[in-house]
Design a protein around this ligand. Structure first.
Ligand SMILES: [Zn+2]
Length: 216
């Protein structure tokens, strides 16, 4: 499959460059099988088939940061960070050496037969999850408005970023009925779809206060 991008935006250039680096390093061992984007602020997806071992190699860019993942037939995953501590930083899609590092380390892991796979969702080797590292926490709801804004934000995380609703004492956004709070304490727990990290939003509607924070 050819990568054909009509637009000439910075994001499109980054995407083209990522594809080029992939082909430079892997050569004929990979074939582009699927792609989409760029959309929003540098969000795109490139998926390759690695022919010698029937692996899937995915390059994903989210908000300007790039990640690479290799998937085996069972759907287990590999990231360069599992083997190479030097990959433990945020890689920018528009920084040539960042993208090269990730692709080269992936290539090295496969070629030198170092590659290991872990079940999806494991966070054992990953210090930072690009999907949730910049979640905006609120340490104190100083006003009901701030709580309402946070609930809107959580709704967006669920609807647009695929965060998973874990539990709560009402549905998101249904904390008031006929103008009254449904309970003294209202809580919701959501989790990151990529790494499983949980975030709790709790408010005390009786005394005031509460927060939306990452579970530690
Ligand atoms: Zn996460």
């Amino acid at each position: 499959m050819e990568l054909i991008l009509e637009d000439d935006s910075t994001s499109a250039k980054s995407m083209k460059n990522c594809h080029k680096i992939m082909l430079d390093i892997f050569g004929n061992d990979v074939q582009l099988v699927e792609y989409w984007g760029p959309v929003q602020m540098c969000v795109f997806y490139l998926e390759y088939h690695y022919l010698p071992y029937d692996y899937k190699i995915i390059m994903e860019c989210e908000r300007g940061f790039i990640v690479i993942e290799v998937q085996n037939k069972a759907g287990d995953v590999f990231w360069p960070l599992m083997l190479f501590p030097k990959a433990n930083y945020f890689h920018y899609a528009d920084v040539e050496k960042d993208v090269r590092q990730l692709v080269e380390l992936t290539h090295q892991a496969i070629k030198e037969n170092l590659i290991i796979f872990e079940p999806v969702g494991t966070t054992k080797y990953s210090e930072t999850c690009l999907h949730c590292f910049d979640i905006k926490e609120v340490h104190n709801f100083i006003s009901p408005e701030l709580y309402e804004e946070t609930i809107e934000y959580i709704k967006e995380l669920i609807e647009k970023e695929n965060f998973i609703f874990v539990e709560g004492n009402c549905n998101i956004g249904e904390h008031k009925k006929d103008g009254y709070w449904i309970d003294d304490i209202i809580y919701h727990v959501i989790k990151c779809p990529k790494c499983g990290w949980e975030f709790t939003c709790i408010v005390n509607t009786y005394k005031g206060g509460g927060s939306f924070t990452r579970e530690r």
